[in-house]
Design a protein around this ligand. Structure first.
Ligand SMILES: [Zn+2]
Length: 211
């Protein structure tokens, strides 16, 4: 399952709703869920943490195991500031190009460093067999996709357009995908503070994913 829409269309969600988490609806309050993939990163992650603190926001970081090993002090900061973390494999593997045994082993390797029941497949690509294994695991994984894609990883996109992708599509319950990475830096560092400001102006709570 891969998708490259800035807004995941509602018609697609029911087909996968039992297997994937696309958004989180909480009737009691209006909340949105910022997520950051591919870190920890020595420059991008501390920047993100600082922005989140400014807006009293909590978020979820889908970490690459190998980066946790490289930057344990950055990873520790994410935990110390009360955010949640998820598994994003050890080597950022593409599920469509990796056999299931190797894929699951790589996730288990990341799990040695990342204590979480949340998983996000790199590139949004996971095959049916891999998904089934993860849904049947004890305890089962929560496979977290997203509702709003910022496209911050797309170097051809302007920072302004990246912000527009978020602002136009975000709504209460949305899971928003950004990246704390070198590749996404120019767009993420511009769009994130303004996206947080936008949510604050709407009086939406910015929360971490806990399932
Ligand atoms: Zn990724």
């Amino acid at each position: 399952m891969a998708n490259f829409w800035a807004k995941t269309p509602n018609w697609i969600k029911p087909f996968f709703s039992k297997k994937f988490v696309w958004n989180i609806n909480n009737n009691k309050e209006l909340s949105v869920y910022f997520t950051f993939d591919d870190g920890p990163h020595p420059q991008a992650t501390p920047f993100v943490l600082e922005q989140l603190d400014k807006y009293d926001a909590k978020a979820t970081f889908f970490c690459v195991g190998n980066n946790v090993v490289k930057y344990p002090y950055v990873y520790q900061q994410v935990l110390d500031r009360g955010h949640s973390v998820g598994n994003h494999t050890y080597n950022h593997l593409n599920g469509w190009k990796t056999d299931t045994e190797k894929y699951l082993q790589n996730i288990a390797q990341a799990q040695e460093y990342i204590n979480s029941n949340l998983f996000r497949p790199p590139y949004g690509k996971i095959n049916r067999e891999q998904l089934k294994s993860m849904n049947n695991a004890t305890p089962p994984w929560h496979i977290c996709m997203w509702d709003v894609l910022s496209f911050d990883f797309d170097r051809k996109l302007s920072p302004e357009k990246c912000l527009e992708n978020v602002i136009k599509n975000i709504q209460p319950g949305s899971i928003i995908l950004f990246h704390d990475s070198t590749k996404a830096w120019d767009r993420m560092s511009y769009a994130l503070p303004l996206a947080l400001e936008f949510c604050k102006s709407k009086d939406w709570k910015m929360k971490k994913i806990e399932l």
